[in-house]
Design a protein around this ligand. Structure first.
Ligand SMILES: [Fe+2]
Length: 243
């Protein structure tokens, strides 16, 4: 097993200086005010807006924040999470913004979306805004890293194409963890972690960056990919998406 812990999620404290987080927060605020720039980014990457025309998700943030600033800190984080950090590389960098009263993030496992044969990939979530209330960020099921990828069905939530239906979730009798954090802490989860968030009921938006790390030997499972593509087509119909 690649992971150091048996539980599929965790928190690492004080891994990024707060000044660095504030620097990133400023870059994001500047970006959010620049309509021309968001228009440009939306032509290159998958950018989701809510009904009030506010950005909620961007599939690639490399042109918005200076990721190389974070590289120094990733090495330390990786060595806390996996046994052989050198075998992992940064695959994707995304941003989520959860505005007050935003849509729920339905319960899901990332690997249903990514379709890897083995559960080696993981995600590092870097909060850019303060912890206020549990549903501003994510709730994680207390499950082992060996948890298999469950069946998902198409969702109508933009940026979250599929979810685990209620009956499957309730049969699992899950216990949930909500990690309280300070700025500079990070959360991580393996790609088979089950997580969700209800509406953000805090007064402020919550902003977090998500970095996926893949193992050099990771391979796609073709059957899972076929299944995912079917669900994604349905999701496109449900959300009027034209990708
Ligand atoms: Fe997820």
């Amino acid at each position: 097993m690649e992971f150091k812990s048996l539980i599929s999620s965790g928190k690492l404290s004080k891994v990024i200086p707060v000044s660095k987080i504030n620097e990133i927060a400023n870059q994001i605020e500047k970006f959010l005010l620049d309509q021309q720039e968001s228009q440009r980014i939306s032509q290159k990457y998958y950018l989701v807006k809510d009904k009030l025309d506010r950005i909620t998700y961007i599939s690639n943030i490399e042109e918005i924040i200076n990721i190389s600033n974070l590289n120094n800190y990733f090495d330390g984080m990786l060595s806390e999470i996996v046994r052989y950090p050198d075998k992992f590389f940064l695959a994707t960098s995304e941003m989520h913004i959860r505005w007050p009263y935003c849509e729920e993030i339905p319960p899901h496992q990332d690997n249903f979306y990514h379709c890897f044969q083995d559960i080696n990939s993981f995600k590092i979530l870097i909060p850019i805004s303060k912890y206020e209330l549990p549903n501003a960020f994510l709730n994680y099921a207390k499950i082992e890293v060996f948890q298999k990828t469950l069946n998902h069905t198409a969702s109508s939530t933009p940026a979250f194409s599929s979810y685990i239906p209620k009956d499957i979730i309730s049969n699992l009798n899950l216990k949930w963890i909500n990690y309280k954090f300070s700025l500079g802490d990070i959360l991580w989860h393996s790609i088979n972690s089950i997580h969700y968030a209800k509406q953000n009921l805090s007064k402020n938006k919550s902003v977090f960056l998500v970095f996926r790390f893949d193992h050099v030997d990771s391979k796609i499972d073709e059957n899972s990919l076929k299944e995912y593509n079917k669900v994604f087509e349905k999701h496109k119909t449900l959300t009027n998406l034209s990708l």
